[in-house]
Design a protein around this ligand. Sequence first.
Ligand code: NDP
Length: 333
Amino acid sequence: NRQWVLRRRPQGLIQDGDLELVESPVADPGDGEVLVRTIYLSLDPTNRTWMNDSEGYLPPVGLGDVMRGLTLGVVEATRSDRFKEGDLVMPMSGGWADYAVVPDSQLRPVHRFPGLPLTANLSVLGMTGLTAWAGVTDVLRPEPGQTMVISAAAGAVGSIAGQIAKQKGARVIGIAGGADKGRWLTEELGFDAAIDYKNEDVGEALDRLAPDGIDLNFENVGGDIMIAVWNRLNTHARMAVCGLISAYNATRMPPSPNFSRIITHRLEVRGFLVLDYAPRAREMVAEVGPWLADGRVKWKVHVDHGLEGAVQSLNRLFTGDHDGKLLVRVSEE
Ligand code: NDP
């Protein structure tokens, strides 16, 4: 059983030696436990935050511990009366490993969505879709004609959030790195405009594309991109703080926006965590599922092969070198 163990707290992008791939015998499940073989490992920006020794919504991964991560796998041995061999399951934190022994209380059964690949469970109809749906429909609540700006717009969450907002009638501007990502947003996903933050001045582009200001912000990035949006938020604008990826590798605190705008413009700024929306997953599937079926919402997954490459794969999230929800295929379905 290969397992990635955290050896050192990374400074900046993860370097060789921060994690180590160790090998140990596959453990047997105890009473009430099952042995899960990992099929897919979900790589998420938040994985990087769990490596830091700082306050978070979950405790940091301990040095010497197997790296935490959301997985989808199959039950290979069981001493639980709730799961049988061959069941597909999603352990809450199966971890970066070929196999994990997991208490049955921490397992969620996986049901295949008819006509969709298994990867949908870890992306558009899984956590990614739920995050996008919660941020748009619960936090931002767009009204037709409102202007919404989304950062990391061509990423897993951003691309779905923008398409959901379009279904609600918003005018959607996406910020993403590179012309190809921008073209995908406008030509295939129906975004109204895209800003290439790597080659354009974001503030100038926003002034041009949103001359009447911004009503809604789905924030995934933070830092200078967020501040450019923040300074153009209209009175009574709403901001859903989903993620601040530009800070996850940072060794110094990024600049803060001017908080007095919250008062002068009566802004509603709300952070949210997908974990709180788990009970509403069915509601999300009921709304988004039909949009997938009739092609109104499109989605992509980027699958890297092999647990051994997980560290290099995770770094893709910070360079943007991936195309859709990032997954690692660990073993055969
Ligand atoms: P993505 O698929 O969006 O990948 C991350 C993207 O972020 C990259 O592709 C890159 O796109 C962009 N990016 C990375 N670093 C920077 C930077 N310094 N400046 C600007 N853009 C950058 O990942 P996810 O969809 O999984 O996650 C998106 C955000 O949502 C993250 O902030 C994540 O933490 C957050 N999230 C929050 C959840 C919650 O419960 N609140 C749940 C899930 C995710 P590009 O090529 O355009 O630079």
